[in-house]
Write a protein that binds this ligand. Structure first.
Ligand SMILES: [Zn+2]
Length: 70
């Protein structure tokens, strides 16, 4: 019932010193796999002093970004 909402809350980890990064959106990866084409990567940026943030993929999925390590 609420599983779709859970699916939409993705979390991705980036390396401690990453300012710009490219991650895979799982939801898009599933769509791309089902349709046989399409991109699933998302490009984002996060300031070095930020521990977390959020980005949106081209299809509108929300991804929480968390900085790995400390
Ligand atoms: Zn997506």
């Amino acid at each position: 019932m609420a599983s779709w909402a859970v699916l939409e809350q993705q979390r991705v980890w980036i390396s401690p010193r990453a300012v710009s990064f490219t991650v895979v959106c799982d939801a898009c990866a599933q769509i791309a796999a089902a349709e046989g084409y399409g991109a699933s990567t998302v490009h984002g940026t996060l300031p070095l002093d930020a521990q977390r943030g959020s980005i949106e993929c081209p299809r509108g999925h929300h991804l929480r970004v968390e900085r790995d390590g400390r």
